[in-house]
Every structure is written in structure tokens, then in C-alpha cells.
Design a protein around this ligand. Structure first.
Ligand code: DGY
Length: 316
């Protein structure tokens, strides 16, 4: 016995996180096991803490295999892949990594919005392919400043997106499962009404069953042929087939998407649209923010073993 506390780590994180965990704890590195579930059954009994990510999740079956589990420390601001109900029923607490990624995700939302409206990715290819010289002036695009910004989900990230919108003199309205009377922005009780009003509709809500396909064909049609849809949240929030059909038929003006229903995606019609800008789920993927996310996972694990607390528990 090493005398170190025993934890289960579901998948590799940044090197400095893996190294720190390996140095300070006895770690079962589950991703290295040929049959992770069988291994958990055999060796997971003593684990008090599981370290996971929103991408790997932690379902009820996995929780059941760790009878001594007291805390799940997860990497990521989303936690829709963690069975929080199963964890709570067993008294297992869950931490995640909010706040530290808010600014970078909001920055990327604006990058996508401007790219989709002003077609900057296409313009870049236009110049590099010599078409500025051979074809001439680039086609006109869509103005951003002074337009109407609709936000689906006025949480931390939604608010950071709105704050940046003030620099673009945008009018703002939002739709959220619960209205926020303290907010200076108008709450639209239905998403369809928000989409009808907005020039840009930005998806910034949580993923999971409660928001699945909230952006439906009806919402997309309300946004309309001049409207632009931005998603930095979860691909599952948008009915992707309905969105692709609307783009193909000119019923939706454009889109800027960091997240898709299936990641990584298969090659599809979506990749052929000039009016769509895509990024590969990189909202939080800057060196600075990923370092902070990894550190927050470590801080939560250490806090738990120090005094039983979690620094950033998921909201009750
Ligand atoms: C998050 O933090 O939930 C991100 O989507 C991870 O990439």
C-alpha cells in the first residue's frame, strides 16, 4: 500500500493534470484497461473519488460499480453525461469547471457570429485562391452592429456573450427556462417569438434531454432567410436535419457552429454551405483556459480529500 488516497481516472487530461494525480494519489487509469467496466467491478470498490470529463461522463452503471464513491470531479462546464440523479441518490457529490471558460466560449461565439455574417472564412479562401485578382470584388455580406441579438440561455456564458454585444450596439432579448427579472434584458416567453424578433440567435443553454431539439424547424423558420444561428453550447439543442434543410432551401440565412449533433461529424451537406462557418468544438480550447480547467479539477479533488468540500459543485 502506498498510503495515498485511491481514485479512479476515466480518461487522460492535460499532462500536468495526469502527472499531478499520479504523484499525489494512487490512480486507477481506467482508459488504459482493455475492459474498463470489468476492471471497475474488480478494483473500483475502494475509490472515493472519480475523475472524469463531460465527454466521458459517468452513468448509473459506473456509479454502481464504485460502492465507496463520494465525489465525481468532472472536467467541463457541461454535465449532461453525468447521471446526477443516480449520484445524488447515493449521496455522491459532483463538481465541474464553470467560470474559467466563460470568456473564451463567449469570444468564440462572437468570432463565429462575425464569420457567419461577414463570411470571413470564405473571404480568406477568396484572397488566398487569387480570386480577388481574377474575379474581382467579394460579394456583399450582412451587417452585425446595431442588429438584434437573441440569446437562448442567459447563464454565465449567455451573459458574457451579451456583454460583448454591447460593444456592437446590439439590442438584446433572451429566452430561458426561467425568466431572470433582475436582468436588464427582455425575456421572450417563447423561443419562437425570440427567433422571430432576432437577427442573430445564439444558443448558449445546457445540453441534455431538457433542451434536446429546442431549436426546431418552427424556430428556424421564425429566424428566417435573413437570420443567422450560432451554437457554442451543444449540438443536440438544434434539430440539425431541420437546420440543414432550411439552409439548403434558403429558409435560414446562415449559421456559425462550434458544436454538432455527432462529434466528430461525418462529411455531409452541412460542409458545403458558404453561409455556414464551422469550428471543431473549441469554445474553451485555448492554452490559458484549458490550463485553468485542468487546475480546477485538481483543486476540487484536493479540496475533497482535505476537508470533504468541493470548490465548484454543480448547482443543486
Ligand atoms: C464543456 O466545458 O462542457 C465543453 O463543451 C468541453 O469541451
Amino acid at each position: 500500500m502506498s498510503g495515498k488516497e485511491f481514485i479512479v481516472q476515466f480518461g487522460p487530461l492535460d499532462d500536468f493534470v495526469n502527472d499531478y494525480l499520479a504523484q499525489h494519489y494512487e490512480v486507477l487509469e481506467l482508459w488504459r484497461e482493455p475492459d474498463p467496466l470489468a476492471c471497475l467491478e474488480r478494483r473500483g470498490a475502494a475509490a472515493k473519488v472519480a475523475v472524469t470529463t463531460v465527454r466521458r461522463g459517468c452513468d448509473a452503471d459506473v456509479i454502481r460499480r464504485m460502492p465507496a464513491l463520494q465525489a465525481i470531479c468532472s472536467w467541463g462546464v457541461g454535465y449532461e453525461t453525468i447521471d446526477v440523479a443516480a449520484a445524488s441518490a447515493r449521496g455522491v457529490r459532483v463538481s465541474y469547471t464553470p467560470d474559467v471558460l466563460t470568456d473564451c466560449v463567449a469570444d468564440l461565439a462572437w468570432g463565429l457570429l462575425i464569420a457567419a455574417a461577414r463570411r470571413t472564412s470564405i473571404a480568406d479562401r477568396y484572397v488566398k485562391a487569387g480570386e480577388w485578382r481574377s474575379v474581382g470584388a467579394f460579394p456583399l455580406t450582412t451587417r452585425v452592429s446595431g442588429k438584434r441579438l437573441g440569446i437562448l440561455g442567459l447563464g454565465r456564458i449567455g451573459e458574457a456573450i451579451v456583454r460583448r454585444g454591447q460593444g456592437f450596439d446590439m439590442q438584446v432579448r433572451y429566452h430561458d427556462l426561467r425568466a431572470r427579472p433582475e436582468s436588464p434584458y427582455a425575456h421572450e416567453p417563447t423561443l419562437v417569438e425570440l427567433a422571430r424578433w432576432a437577427d442573430f440567435l445564439v444558443v448558449a443553454c445546457q445540453g441534455g434531454a431538457a433542451t434536446h431539439h429546442l431549436v426546431s424547424r418552427e424556430v428556424i423558420d421564425a429566424l428566417g432567410p435573413e437570420g443567422i444561428l450560432i451554437n457554442i453550447a451543444r449540438g443536440t439543442v438544434i434539430d440539425q436535419a431541420a437546420m440543414i434543410a432550411a439552409l439548403a432551401e434558403g429558409r435560414l440565412g446562415g449559421a456559425g457552429l462550434d458544436v454538432l449533433e455527432k462529434e466528430p461529424p461525418e462529411l455531409s451537406q452541412l460542409m458545403s454551405f458558404d453561409q455556414v462557418t464551422l469550428t471543431p468544438h473549441v469554445g474553451s480550447a485555448t492554452r490559458e483556459t484549458r490550463r485553468a480547467m485542468g487546475q480546477l479539477v485538481l483543486d476540487n479533488v484536493d479540496a475533497f480529500f482535505r476537508d470533504g468540500s468541493l470548490l465548484t459543485p454543480i448547482p443543486a
